[in-house]
Write a protein that binds this ligand. Structure first.
Ligand code: SF4
Length: 693
């Protein structure tokens, strides 16, 4: 690999957006260009190409803001940080440590994720911390841990995919979410082995050799049908199942009732296509099953991912060189962000907060008594729901997240934020959440600071500072260090220098499942491709996990016994359609960043509702007109786009837009019992014309 050094063409770095973390170089003037890197092979999507516009965006915040007399007014840093520290101290004195909560983000660097978790548990002493990754990949993380003993989204380098005969994408649309990733799927596509499972004929599904379009919320049943076909047609990899797994008998007992004709009635996917997929997987020399948000964002998200992992195990794929199961993580640091302690139940190194040995180890690194570390707190959706309620937090500090747009049932979220005694945000622009805050702290972004990210294959990457930040902004690390000092933490306990923080992170993660002990900035600067675990500095990393054994004590992967129960809310006479949500190529997450980029806004300026022409006609709405999608929780207003390939029982709304276009005004906050993932992907809805008042 080429050394990651500053070249004439600019500073070698990575994209500010998604988990592919495409390689790019950034000039001193802030211009970006793609660079050769395995993830993107020299390509960028439109978001990456236009990302330089973020650096000098007129929407950029450059001074702290304090709400005075109902208005956000400019303030200086000392006043803003003093005020936040004073209000926190008063609230905690009156109502206890848990009266102050913290909400993080999967786009924060590893250093920020780590320091935020430490700040919550040490400087605030609160158990109330979680982050928006709970809305992103928590179901796959839980299912991966159940099956393999540890969760690394993609436990193999993504370049391995190029050799595959078959790749099954379940609920993934990389043609829009991460277009350069498609280069890794070309081999399978050329061999007729690209299979897409998606209720919509997405841009990715259009390139598939086989597109299976189950009704929303029935992907789990489809996996059971494929498992049934695998066993019934004699395609099970008996030798692998016997040698490398446990739990098959129970999983099969649960799946035995799901013969493909029965599953066809549940899902709408032809029994012949279920069998075809089972045969494709059995015939392939190298095959992969990859899941993403479409499988995960359900009240049964963990079971749905487990069902697809069962299919992969039945065909002997995980832990075999050239084959496997993986999760396509979405957010820029979706993988690293979940490893370093901003999750409600975890400590750095992917350790459990309830594990006494983990508490002991991390407390020693932090220089505190393990008995003083709080226990697990509320998950993201539950935390937001409890804000301002009796016994709930009365203050919230938000870093790297725009929950007013991205959380389910967003009108309720806005109500809860409005009821707080104190809302503080650290932000680049005045997002919808920051617009409600009492104090807004302007922070640096990707090209203006050093920091590491861990991409979707578990490779640790260095994003290097390429340009100076605008006058007046500070890094999130600075903000945390400044607040910690004001809250009485000893000098030096909260460093603001990224490489120093990373050194601490290495020590805190050492010996844990996500072990970064051997990763150093110098090794990353030298261009080493380091995939965790990297237990010491002589260790070359672990590009491929599980080749010899899985991480359970007996070394075996687990089949998990699951059955289909369906979505928490189904269409009925009043709400006869399934509403589902997702992404478009030009926007990222809540759109807080991409809606500040003129080219991206020019390409997709607003939300739309995608609907089958017959469904539109029945509802009395027409192409190009505004229409309303209504659920039991609220209504979204968006322009109609007729799409003949969409199932007539489905409407689709992208979720990147604010105000009355917020897809999350209608989504169902029903949670998966294990991952606490909300059911973003399906709710009952109706389509109606806009009524002129
Ligand atoms: Fe690459 Fe994702 Fe950035 Fe697009 S948004 S350039 S796919 S990292």
């Amino acid at each position: 690999t080429a050394p990651e050094q500053r070249a004439d063409s600019g500073t070698a770095s990575h994209c500010p957006y998604c988990a592919l973390q495409c390689g790019m170089s950034i000039s001193g003037a802030g211009a970006v260009a793609p660079r050769e890197f395995p993830a993107n092979g020299g390509g960028l999507c439109q978001k990456g190409w236009t990302s330089a516009a973020l650096l000098d965006s007129p929407a950029r915040l450059t001074t702290p803001l304090i709400r005075t007399g109902g208005e956000l007014r400019e303030a200086n840093w000392d006043d803003a940080l003093d005020l936040v520290a004073e209000r926190i101290t008063d609230l905690q004195a009156a109502h206890g440590a848990d009266s102050v909560a913290v909400f993080g983000g999967g786009g924060l660097t590893n250093e920020k994720s780590y320091l935020l978790g430490k700040f919550a548990r040490v400087a605030l002493g609160t158990s109330q911390i979680d982050y928006n990754g709970r809305f992103c990949m928590s179901s796959a993380a839980a299912a991966g841990t159940k099956a393999f003993g540890v969760d690394r989204g993609m436990p193999f380098p993504m370049t391995d995919l190029a050799q595959a005969d078959v790749v099954v994408l379940v609920g993934a649309n990389p043609a829009e979410t991460m277009p350069p990733f498609l280069r890794h799927l070309r081999g399978a596509a050329a061999k007729g082995g690209l299979v897409v499972v998606d209720p919509r004929r997405s841009a990715t599904a259009q390139q598939a050799s086989l597109h299976l379009a189950p009704a929303p919320g029935t992907d789990l049943a489809l996996a059971l049908g494929v498992l049934h076909a695998t066993v019934a047609e004699g395609l099970l990899d008996d030798d692998y199942v016997t040698r490398r797994t446990a739990g098959f008998d129970d999983a099969w007992r649960a799946a035995a009732a799901y013969w493909p004709e029965h599953v066809e009635r549940i899902t709408g996917v032809a029994a012949a296509d279920q069998r075809r997929l089972a045969h494709l997987l059995a015939r392939a020399r190298n095959a992969y099953v990859l899941t993403a948000r479409g499988a995960e964002q359900h009240a049964t998200g963990v079971d749905t991912v487990s069902a697809w992992i069962n299919v992969a195990l039945a065909h002997g794929l995980p832990g075999r060189r050239g084959s496997g199961y993986g999760c396509l993580t979405g957010q820029g640091n979706g993988q690293g962000g979940r490893e370093h302690g901003q999750k409600a139940d975890q400590l750095p190194g992917y350790r459990k907060l309830t594990d006494p040995a983990a508490r002991e180890h991390v407390a020693r690194v932090w220089g505190v008594d393990p008995a003083d570390l709080p226990g697990p707190g509320r998950s993201a959706a539950e935390l937001l729901d409890a804000l301002g309620e009796p016994g709930g937090p009365r203050a919230l500090l938000v870093f790297g997240s725009n929950v007013v747009v991205s959380a389910p049932r967003s009108r309720r979220v806005a109500d809860r934020l409005g009821s707080l005694d104190l809302l503080v945000t650290a932000d680049l622009v005045l997002s919808e959440t920051s617009a409600m805050a009492d104090v807004v702290l302007p922070v640096t972004q990707w090209a203006e600071e050093d920091g590491t990210m861990t991409n979707l294959e578990g490779r640790v990457l260095l994003r290097r500072k390429a340009v100076d930040p605008p006058e007046g902004v500070r890094s999130d690390l600075d903000v945390l260090a400044g607040l910690a000092r004001r809250l009485g933490q000893p000098e030096g306990r909260f460093p603001a220098h990224a490489e120093t923080v990373f050194g601490e992170l290495r020590a805190a993660s050492a010996g844990g499942p996500a072990d970064y002990a051997g990763v150093t900035y110098d090794r990353l600067r030298a261009g080493e491709a380091l995939y965790w675990p990297v237990p010491h500095v002589e260790h070359s990393g672990t590009p491929r996990m599980f080749l010899d054994a899985f991480a359970h004590d007996d070394g075996r992967a687990r089949f998990v016994s699951v059955v289909h129960t369906g979505p928490a809310e189904r269409p009925d006479e009043t709400f006869p359609l399934y509403a589902t949500t997702g992404r478009v190529l030009q926007h990222y997450q809540s759109g807080a960043q991409t809606r500040a980029v003129p080219d991206l806004v020019g390409a997709v300026p607003e939300a739309y509702v995608e609907v089958h022409p017959d469904t539109a006609a029945r509802a009395g709405v027409r192409e190009g007109e505004q229409a309303v999608v209504e659920s039991r929780r609220g209504r979204v207003t968006a322009r109609v786009r007729c799409k003949p390939t969409l199932r007539p029982d489905v409407v689709f709304v992208p979720f990147h837009f604010p105000g009355a276009q917020r897809a999350n005004l209608i989504t169902n906050p029903a949670l998966d019992p294990t991952s606490r993932m909300p059911e973003f992907k399906v709710c009952a809805a109706r389509l109606v014309p806009v009524v002129e008042s």
